[in-house]
Design a protein around this ligand. Structure first.
Ligand SMILES: *[C@@H]1O[C@H](CO)[C@@H](O)[C@H](O)[C@H]1NC(C)=O
Ligand SMILES: *[C@@H]1O[C@H](CO)[C@@H](O)[C@H](O)[C@H]1NC(C)=O
Ligand SMILES: *[C@@H]1O[C@H](CO)[C@@H](O)[C@H](O)[C@H]1NC(C)=O
Length: 861
């Protein structure tokens, strides 16, 4: 759907009917992007407390830009309660800022950092910094929930500032990146502060009215100094000052007021300071005039001007005349007769017991607020103005205004009808096409599962973004549900938004897990984005699989047969986890249960070695479901280099799955027992493996991984310990989980929760929680390194776990300080080059398993 520009233009031209320029700022219209995304803000005006790397410097913090590494990222992970990091924008002059937009780091799918919350600080002079608070006093703003959607937040109250800082906030230590934009317009009033007596409290018979300045950003003791507040927030008070159009505030909120009893002199003096010397034409004071409550506009005003350092001797005096007929609030315009000044001091004389002001604006030079085009920006604003320009229009305009409003309302109604109609129509179309797609899917299983997941995800994210459409968006773009297109567009990229497949309980566990990573990632996982679930059924990370592929699989009959439990003889425990165990067993009569298409040369009537993965009978429902899912997945994997599921025992507890096991055990143990061919082996009489056979085994691993990756499965724990060796150096990839005591040193426990094979993991898996085929390729490189070392040494054995994690930070920064695994003695240069290519920083530059497989096949002489 295209953006309804036509509508906005129509509205804009209507607005311009009653004047394209106004003499005071209108927050409803003052919402132009100030130049982060448009480029009007120069790189040198964007700075930050720190940067993770040159490619995530402050200048990459522009909303909707994908340059560099896609966003600004601070060097230090943002700690809770430790607000040090900020992104700072210098607007070069005072601006009235009504809206902010933030976005995370997406970087074409590589990035997944964003600020869930942030605070804003601002400054008018660059030295005094003020923390922004909303009208309820809250500082923290809700930010992003994913790396790509733009989230816009109204600033209520708006900010008048030259410098703005975005400060990411988190409730746990994590990496945060931001892209931002400010929306508003230039602050033509030039007012830097107003100083005057603090507002007071009015006691009415039944309740109190607080006419203090609740958003004043300077100091308030007995008087207000050095700040701006309700008199410059662009909100005019209502005729009845006890009401407010601001929601959920106390009576009198919009006004600042004083009682004549407190001012024996009969006047209230307010001093206004400006950014520079200006040529003043008028001052407009919005006054309440509810005389039934003893409130009247001022009777007289006397103003003094200061141009250089001296106050002019002759003040200007003006008496508007007291109005006892019309109780409505109004702007009183004071002609300042082209006085030159950088400060003005005015004494407002009481006409009744109370004097209540809600706005004071200044007009100087010839500057006027433009309501049609953003000042200094050529193209039409991205953000259309609110369709409610009722604030701050002089009484004389009211009639034209009402006419226009009626017209606008008619047009709006028509537009809404059209939009609704279009949406309904579109939904029907979508539904129809989805149904067609589903039919196609079930008809031909041979289509790459990637496509399925891809389509599925489009639909899912498309519809979920519709549901989630946040209210801010809708308020700002009352006419355009189309504005959610950024997320829709991004979801069309060939990667995957979070799957909704996982049961809610596990995903909450994931979000709670305070690992050093942002866990939400855009990869199809069986155990979607859930590091806790890595410990899975048997402490195992099951193969990752896109949600829809799962559904597809489960749609077909499971061809695995039930095996009589009594025919299994326990031999050895291979692994153990939270919910179950893996046993090595002998199975009698297994041949009968094997699929015919699946023959191995096992002599008849001899017990077969099998691995039995067993779910504890007290496992919870989620674990059981996962276990059954894993059975479904495993039953579909058919490749000579992947361990096959032979049979199951699911008629009674404990649930079991019986998979192949190979007589030579796992590749790690196998190679540890062997030596390279050569003198040394001859002397020690140890069994040897030739270089050719090493390559043969490596090629088989690559081939099995090629198969998994073609199904878009991500293994997540490829290592020699998870490969089994059969006769004649045949290899099958398995997955025994992480809890085998033998290999506990290979896993790193993060804050007592998740265990991760960090020495095999790519930098993005560790830092960003991203597991993809490309991270499997990384792990393959490490596995290959193990093979060429005959598994005599753990990868990075000289580094502690913490140093390994630090090293991944160096891979991310890529400043040539990262440590690579060294070239094994046996390893020819060509093979080491393959390893190095698996460890490339950029996931797209790593080779595919197909290429690796081909190279390894060629290498066997
Ligand atoms: C203004 O009055 C309200 C109501 O009593 C109070 O909550 C608020 O803190 C006051 N604000 C200032 C700046 O004094
Ligand atoms: C102030 O502006 C008015 C109107 O533009 C002009 O006539 C006057 O000369 C200006 N005053 C000074 C001191 O520049
Ligand atoms: C304040 O205003 C009331 C009502 O106009 C008047 O009666 C009273 O004398 C005034 N008090 C002072 C101190 O001016």
């Amino acid at each position: 759907m295209k953006r309804p520009w036509d509508v906005h233009l129509l509205l804009l031209s209507l607005l311009s009917l009653f004047g394209a320029v106004t003499s005071q700022v209108n927050p409803g219209v003052c919402r132009y992007p100030l130049g982060m995304s448009g480029g009007q803000i120069q790189d040198e005006d964007i700075s930050a407390s720190s940067q993770w790397s040159e490619s995530t410097a402050a200048r990459y913090g522009r909303l909707d830009f994908e340059e560099g590494d896609g966003a600004w990222c601070p060097e230090i992970t943002v700690e809770p309660d430790h607000l040090k990091e900020f992104l700072q924008i210098d607007l070069r002059s005072l601006h009235f800022i009504t809206l902010v937009g933030t976005q995370g780091r997406h970087a074409g799918g590589i990035g997944n950092e964003f600020a869930q919350m942030y605070k804003i600080k601002y400054s008018r002079d660059g030295s005094r910094w003020i923390s922004w608070r909303n009208r309820q006093g809250k500082q923290v703003i809700e930010g992003n929930t994913n790396a790509y959607d733009i989230v816009l937040r109204d600033l209520e109250p708006p900010i008048i500032a030259r410098f703005v800082r975005f400060m990411p906030v988190t409730d746990h230590s994590m990496n945060v990146c931001m892209r931002v934009e400010l929306y508003g317009c230039e602050w033509l009033d030039g007012l830097v502060s107003y100083n005057g007596p603090a507002g007071e409290q009015m006691t009415l018979p039944s309740y109190s009215v607080y006419v203090n300045d609740s958003v004043y950003d300077g100091a308030v003791i007995h008087s207000m100094t050095e700040g701006l507040g309700q008199l410059t927030d662009g909100e005019c008070g209502l005729d009845d000052f006890t009401h407010s159009h601001v929601y959920n505030v106390w009576p009198g909120y919009d006004y600042v007021g004083w009682n004549n009893e407190s001012f024996p002199s009969g006047f209230v003096e307010i001093m206004f300071e400006f950014d520079r010397t200006r040529n003043f034409t008028t001052m407009k004071v919005h006054c309440n005039n509810m005389f039934s409550r003893h409130v009247k506009a001022f009777r007289q005003v006397v103003c003094y001007f200061r141009s250089e350092s001296d106050w002019e001797a002759n003040p200007l005096s003006f008496s508007p005349g007291v109005d006892e007929k019309n109780p409505s609030a109004r702007f009183v315009t004071v002609n300042l007769s082209n006085h030159m000044a950088s400060a003005i001091k005015c004494q407002f004389y009481f006409a009744d017991a109370w004097m209540l002001f809600s706005e004071i604006t200044f007009q100087s030079d010839t500057a006027m607020y433009n309501t049609t085009l953003a000042p200094g920006t050529g193209p039409p604003p991205n953000i259309p103005p609110e369709e409610d320009p009722t604030h701050k229009v002089d009484d004389s305009n009211t009639r034209i205004l009402i006419g226009c409003l009626v017209a606008i309302i008619f047009i709006l109604v028509a537009i809404i009808v059209i939009i609704l109609w279009r949406q309904v129509w579109q939904k029907m179309l979508e539904k129809a096409s989805r149904r067609m797609l589903d039919d196609e899917l079930t008809a031909s299983l041979s289509i790459q599962s990637e496509t399925f997941a891809y389509n599925n995800n489009n639909n899912q994210s498309g519809s979920s973004s519709e549901q989630e459409s946040n209210s801010t968006y809708e308020r700002i773009f009352p006419l355009g549900p189309d504005y959610q297109e950024p997320s829709r567009f991004i979801c069309k990229l060939p990667e995957f938004a979070q799957s909704s497949e996982e049961p809610a309980s596990t995903s909450t566990a994931a979000s709670k897990s305070t690992t050093a990573t942002v866990i939400q990632d855009g990869v199809p996982h069986y155990a979607e984005a859930d590091i806790v679930n890595l410990q899975g059924v048997t402490g195992s990370n099951t193969y990752a699989i896109p949600a829809l592929t799962m559904d597809l699989l489960s749609g077909k009959d499971v061809v695995v047969e039930e095996f009589p439990r009594k025919l299994l003889t326990f031999k050895e425990k291979l692994g153990e986890g939270q919910f179950g165990e893996v046993h090595l067993c002998e199975a009698e009569g297994m041949q009968e249960f094997m699929n015919k298409e699946f023959l191995f040369d096992i002599p008849e009537d001899q017990p077969v070695l099998v691995a039995v993965k067993m779910l504890r009978s007290d496992a919870n429902k989620n674990a059981r479901n996962d276990f059954l899912k894993e059975i479904k997945i495993m039953s579909r994997l058919k490749d000579p280099n992947i361990i096959r599921l032979l049979a199951v025992c699911i008629y009674s507890d404990p649930l079991c799955m019986i998979t192949e096991y190979m007589e030579n055990g796992d590749l790690n143990q196998f190679l540890s027992r062997h030596e390279p061919e050569g003198q040394l082996a001859l002397l020690s009489n140890a069994p040897t493996v030739s270089f050719n056979n090493l390559c043969y085994m490596a090629a088989q691993i690559a081939s099995g991984m090629k198969y998994l990756s073609s199904l878009n499965f991500v293994h997540r724990d490829l290592a020699t310990r998870n490969c089994l060796v059969g006769k004649n150096y045949t290899i099958k990839i398995a997955d025994f989980g992480m809890s085998r005591n033998l290999y506990s040193g290979d896993y790193y426990r993060i804050q007592g929760r998740a265990v991760l094979p960090i020495r095999w993991m790519s930098w993005e898996s560790i830092l960003l929680g991203k597991f993809t085929t490309a991270s499997d390729v990384w792990a393959f490189g490490v596995t290959l390194w193990e093979v060429l070392n005959f598994c005599k040494e753990q990868p990075y054995s000289q580094l502690t776990d913490e140093q390994v994690i630090e090293n991944t930070g160096e891979f991310f920064r890529d400043q040539k300080r990262q440590i690579y695994l060294p070239q094994p003695v046996l390893c020819p240069d060509s093979l080491y080059r393959i390893m190095l290519s698996c460890w490339r920083r950029n996931t797209k530059e790593r080779p595919a398993f197909q290429d690796i497989h081909r190279a390894l096949v060629e290498m066997q002489a």
